[in-house]
Write a new protein. Structure first.
Length: 413
């Protein structure tokens, strides 16, 4: 089926979606969660084929981890769908009211965006997460995953579509693009009149291609070159623990730490502690000259390293002589995702939070918390690094727009 036909199908569901209640949507979400649990074996079998193909294609450890589904992960996906059902409905909220002297009453409310397209790569959990959020916010969705996960995505999407039908919804509220060639992505990028919004979710190359080539409005989700700055007043044991978690707990995710910035006053104390922990996971450190003077066995960093989202057991280290230098370095090299400061100085913490130009800024905590579920938003559609409409983990509110309702009794102008 062509991408355009999917768009036509999706638009036909919008009148139905505009009339459903919160209870209707929640019923459909619980039906989807139940169906995912019942279909675990089929989904895992499809995923095993994707993993086999991925290994034969030479996918790295990080990408294979993103791709892999097991019983525990499918259970977590189903739990995430149910958590979305428990969230307050983002649609129908009154955000503005005004009554004119002539009696005209004006109200502004939140409404669904319409048909949302999502282009993503090798994480099949996105199929369910994105569909659940779009459904709860009253949107139809067209999902286009990567070829690495096509079997997993097909199994999950068919499971959800069957659940929709059981709940009395049109199946085409959720659709999957099964053509994984570049042509289908290009067609989605120019599907004006059918797609109201396009969201890319994946690596830097994918996001750049969509932002630069799309004629459909885009919400830009960003790659994650996330930084942790170890301030001169930092508790270096805390710093080592936080950095170890942020870098190694799961290397394949966009909120993993990729870059360290360390104040020169604590470099000799902090870096060996950090390295000792990272060594337990065989993590490669690429540092500047001062970092290598403290730990001679780490590798030399080039300027490109400070811009790189590795998604691997690799991390860069930059030495600075002041908080302001750290802020300048991070704002220059960051992708605008998540940054953290480790400090015991409250003024430095406040200045860092004020001046860092990223969607999520932490004090004395791991960047791994940047996630819709962790922030109480339920499953996320992605981490938006832009500044328009939605920023940071995008939950239900990021998938709504607004419209004005005007009530009169014969007024003319």
């Amino acid at each position: 089926m062509s991408v355009k036909q999917l768009g036509i199908n999706a638009k036909k569901t919008l009148t139905f979606l505009s009339t459903v209640t919160t209870e209707d949507k929640n019923r459909a979400l619980y039906e989807i969660a139940s169906s995912l649990r019942k279909s675990k074996e089929e989904i895992i079998k499809a995923n095993e084929l994707d993993l086999k193909n991925g290994k034969e294609a030479g996918l790295g450890e990080g990408l294979l981890d993103r791709l892999m589904l097991n019983s525990e992960r499918i259970e977590a996906i189903a739990d995430g769908v149910e958590e979305v059902a428990l969230l307050p409905d983002a649609c129908g909220k009154t955000v503005y009211e005004y009554k004119k002297d002539n009696g005209l009453f004006i109200k502004k409310i939140t409404v669904p965006i319409g048909v949302i397209g999502i282009i993503f790569e090798s994480r099949p959990n996105v199929t369910a997460d994105a569909a659940a959020l779009c459904l709860k916010s009253g949107n139809a969705v067209i999902l286009r995953g990567g070829k690495e996960a096509i079997n997993s995505n097909t199994a999950i999407s068919e499971c959800m579509r069957n659940a929709l039908e059981n709940a009395g919804f049109p199946k085409d509220v959720i659709q999957l693009v099964k053509d994984t060639t570049r042509a289908s992505s290009n067609e989605m990028m120019t599907l004006n009149g059918y797609l109201d919004c396009l969201i890319p979710r994946g690596g830097k190359g994918l996001i750049k291609a969509v932002v630069e080539n799309s004629t459909v409005p885009v919400i830009e989700t960003g790659s994650g070159n996330c930084h942790i700055y170890v301030d001169e007043s930092a508790n270096t044991d805390m710093a080592a623990d936080i950095i170890f978690n942020a870098k190694t707990q799961r290397i394949s995710v966009c909120n993993a730490c990729e870059s360290l910035v360390i104040h020169s006053a604590v470099l000799a104390e902090a870096l060996p502690k950090i390295k000792a922990k990272l060594d337990t996971k065989n993590t490669e450190i690429r540092g500047d000259e001062r970092a290598r003077a403290v730990c001679p066995d780490i590798n030399a960093a080039c300027e490109e390293d400070f811009y790189t989202e590795y998604l691997d057991y690799i991390i860069s280290v930059k030495t600075v002589d002041s908080l302001d230098e750290a802020i300048e370095h991070i704002n220059e090299h960051s992708t605008g995702h998540s940054e953290a400061i480790i400090t015991e100085n409250e003024k430095n913490a406040e200045r860092f939070m004020q001046c860092i130009n990223s969607s999520s800024v932490y004090v004395n905590a791991s960047t791994r918390f940047t996630d819709g579920n962790e922030f109480g938003l339920g499953a996320e559609i992605g981490i938006s690094t832009q500044k328009l409409h939605a920023r940071g983990p995008m939950g239900l509110e990021g998938l709504t727009s607004t419209k004005y309702l005007i009530y009169g009794d014969g007024q003319t102008r």
